[in-house]
Structures are given as C-alpha cells and as structure tokens.
Design a protein around this ligand. Sequence first.
Ligand code: SF4
Length: 230
Amino acid sequence: MKIGGIQKTSLIDYPNKVCAVFFASGCNFRCPYCYNPKLVFNKTKLIDEKYINKFLEERKNYLDAILLSGGEITAKPDFIEFVRKIKKYGYLVGIETNGSNPDAIKKLIDNELVDFIAMDLKSDLETYYMAAGVKVEKEKIKKSVELIKDSDIDYEFRTTVVPGLFDEKTAIEIGELLKGSKRYVLQQFNNEEDMINKSFKRKKPYTVDKLKKFKKILENYIDEVKISGI
Ligand code: SF4
C-alpha cells in the first residue's frame, strides 16, 4: 500500500476516538483547492511496509482507530487487503474518501471492515467536475452517497466551501442529494494552504455569516449540519 504520510496521534479526526491517520499517496481527482498537492502527485516519500506493521503492532493497545485518508485510499488496488490487515490488529477503521469508488465502499460495508466513513461531496452533481478538477462519473458519486446513507455505520458528508464553486444553489442541490442524511459538515476554505491551483490562493473565504446561511438551507434536508474550520 502506498502510504505517503502518517499522523501518529489525532484526537479530532475520528469521532470520539483516539486515532492515527494514514495518508494514501496519489489521487484520481485534482480539486483545485486541494491542500495536499504533494500527496496527490505522489511527491512524498513512501512509508516502508515494515514500519507500518511495527506501528500497528506497537500502538494497538492505546490507539482506538486508524483513519485512512489521502490522496484517495479507495483508488489503491490493495486497499481492501490493507484494511483487513489493520482490522486483524483490533483497530476500528475509518476512511475519508471522495466517493469515486462505490464498489470498494460496498465491499467494506458488506464485509464489516469499516466503522466510520467521511465522504467529501465536492459540489452539486451538475458542477462536480469543476470542484473535482476532472470529469467525474456522477452515477458513482450518487451510488456512494446511497450506500453510505443506507448503512448502519457512523458517517458524515463534507464539502469545502469555496467561493466560486459553492453558492445557495449548490447548498440546495446538495441538500436534495443528501436528504435524510444524519450529518453534514461545511468546511471553511483556507487560502493560506498550498493548493493544486495556486490562483485559488487569491480567493477570499466566505464570511461566517454566509456560512451560517448555507447551514440554514442545508438544515431543511439533513439532521445535523456543522461548520468547521472557523
Ligand atoms: S481534495 Fe481532491 S485532489 Fe485532494 S486528495 Fe481530496 S479528492 Fe484528491
């Protein structure tokens, strides 16, 4: 498995659990505002498999969970096998995904290999390609949403709220798509990070008031709507 980085401990990335975060190297999307260009373009040094095995063995008694983030973890051919290995150590497993691989998500859910899923919903389906930076198979995104919504596991959907890519209409369309979901997070855009498209650094994040307006729209469709990063 191509892991390009490990955050050894996190108290905030997996709900109510202490976890480590593994970052997969490489991604099939090119979101212009992506904060991890080095990972996306495979420019980080890969972590040795022996180190990963040792890490999993040594920390199994005081970490609750491993969160698999990216890059895009589900795009890796040995992804399911890797999750099975982590599970054997007794960890809870969470994934952060762009939802482009519903087959992998289904396999995880059907085989009880995942305990938490956070899916980044980039935009409404019509303008998805703009926020993802590539042509996207909308049916796959819809299928991932349905699989996650219909599962019994803990989950949330998230969108980074980028001016020019997200407005009131986007909020309504996303609300329709996620209708009946239990949790959705509006993530504030941060223009101080490194990004795939450097011109996005000139974009000014929305005001908190504006984010609250989006939240209000989305609360018509989703049980719990949160704002993060402010
Ligand atoms: S933000 Fe987009 S490009 Fe960056 S890792 Fe996530 S899905 Fe890939």
